[in-house]
Design a protein. Structure first.
Length: 190
């Protein structure tokens, strides 16, 4: 008798990881460091990893699981902010949450759609995957900036904007190389 192994769908672990990292990003966005007299948040190092996990879920488990992950992580960060605002007795500032949340949601949806297109219609060339990462960051910060435009001090904005994109682009070089090593999984059919 030959036993056939059943494929186990462990996408929930990656969706939980995605949600956790989105919450962590929201938590550390107030902690800053200086680079060349430019104040940057530590959250910039988590955003490329969030995009990489989203792409991993898309590649291994399919587009539907990724959409579930994006929705679950969005809901989880909203619940986290609500809970923390209640716990510390601080009034919820919807404006501070709206920019990053809309930026996250829209950039993730665009990133996922482009990435799925690359998986289905190409052999996912390294340069296109890398450009997809960078385009996702640009969309994220563009939406974030549009929502927070009234709070931006323009004298240092553009310098910090390009420094953040440069740091995240450098991180994405390694992530795009890692992406090439991931095999397409059980979600290829959707």
């Amino acid at each position: 008798m030959t036993k056939t192994r059943k494929k186990y769908n462990d996408s929930w672990m990656y969706i939980l990881l995605l949600s956790t990292l989105v919450i962590l990003t929201e938590s550390v966005k107030t902690f800053n460091f200086n680079l060349f007299n430019i104040e940057l948040t530590y959250a910039i190092f988590l955003i490329p990893i969030i995009f990489a996990i989203t792409n991993y879920i898309t590649k291994k488990y399919g587009f539907r699981r990724t959409l579930n992950g994006i929705i679950i992580s969005t809901i989880s960060v909203v619940l986290f902010v609500l809970l923390m605002s209640f716990a510390i007795g601080k009034e919820l500032e919807l404006g501070s949450l709206t920019g990053s949340l809309l930026g996250y949601l829209i950039s993730q949806l665009i990133n996922t759609m482009i990435y799925k297109f690359l998986l289905v219609n190409t052999n996912s060339p390294y340069i296109l995957v890398l450009l997809n990462y960078i385009f996702g960051y640009i969309v994220f910060y563009m939406i974030y900036t549009i929502v927070h435009l009234d709070m931006i001090i323009l004298d240092s904005f553009w310098i910090s904007y390009f420094v953040v994109l440069a740091i995240q682009s450098i991180m994405s070089i390694g992530l795009a190389l890692l992406d090439k090593k991931i095999l397409v999984g059980i979600g290829k059919d959707d």
